[in-house]
Design a protein around this ligand. Structure first.
Ligand SMILES: [Zn+2]
Length: 122
């Protein structure tokens, strides 16, 4: 794309310069030809800019697609892990069963052997 764009751009600039030089030279006989040269130069300049622009923008967008995607993937993965840790989307939510200490009525976790408040065996 750039191989076509740059020559078109250069030719367009040359045509514009030529037409400007002819205008400055005040050649009356070539006035109509000058207008065509000027218009052609302008069109080629626009097309050249478009082609060169595309050839520069395309690798850039490709770069973002290849370099940006893993970053997004890592970010979304860490967010997913965070949600998993906080049990927001988890169906297998761990239920914490508590039992009351018979001595002081402190709510102790089920697997505890001794009350963490009064220290007596449950
Ligand atoms: Zn207790």
């Amino acid at each position: 794309m750039r191989a076509i764009g740059i020559p078109v751009l250069v030719i367009g600039i040359i045509l514009l310069i030529v037409s400007f030089v002819n205008f400055a030279g005040g050649s009356i006989s070539g006035a109509a030809g000058n207008m065509i040269t000027f218009a052609l130069g302008g069109i080629m300049l626009v097309i050249g800019f478009g082609l060169v622009g595309l050839s520069i923008v395309r690798p850039l967008s490709k770069y973002y697609a290849s370099e940006g995607a893993p970053g997004i993937k890592i970010a979304s993965k860490s967010i997913g892990d965070g949600l998993k840790d906080s049990n927001v989307f988890s169906d297998t939510k761990k239920e914490i069963i508590k039992i009351k200490c018979p001595h002081c009525r402190y709510l102790e976790s089920e697997d505890a052997e001794f009350c963490s408040k009064c220290g007596k065996k449950i």
